[in-house]
Design a protein. Structure first.
Length: 121
């Protein structure tokens, strides 16, 4: 579904969010298109049962450290049908949490496998 969505003129990025416990899969795209146009184009290239019932167009997609779409952060965008200002403001904070905290391991005793951790500043 993502590959078919990327073939739609005007779509820059596409991601499919898996169904929640009682929901359906959601197609999230960025670009200069609207959701109805994407669904109509997909109906012409995919089997009808593969066309998502819900398509959300967002201004941008959150990316992880490898440059791939972060579907965990993207899931919040589908709640309101797009990114809210609060969600946009939270992205840098949440991405910061994924980075390792600086710490230094100091051996508690020579030639032992145990080490105590000390925060470095």
């Amino acid at each position: 579904m993502e590959a078919a969505a990327l073939a739609v003129p005007g779509v820059l990025l596409a991601a499919v969010l898996p169904p929640a416990t009682a929901g359906e899969a959601v197609l999230v795209v960025t670009g200069t298109v609207n959701a109805d146009a994407v669904r109509a184009a997909l109906a012409g290239s995919l089997e009808l049962y593969k066309v998502p019932r819900r398509c959300v167009v967002v201004a941008d997609m959150p990316l992880n450290q490898n440059g791939k779409i972060d579907k965990n952060l993207l899931g919040a965008a589908t709640i309101a049908g797009g990114w809210t200002r609060t969600e946009r403001d939270l992205i840098p904070f949440l991405e910061g949490l994924r980075r390792p905290l600086p710490c230094a391991a100091v051996a508690s005793a020579p030639n032992t496998a145990s080490a105590s951790l000390r925060w470095s500043r």
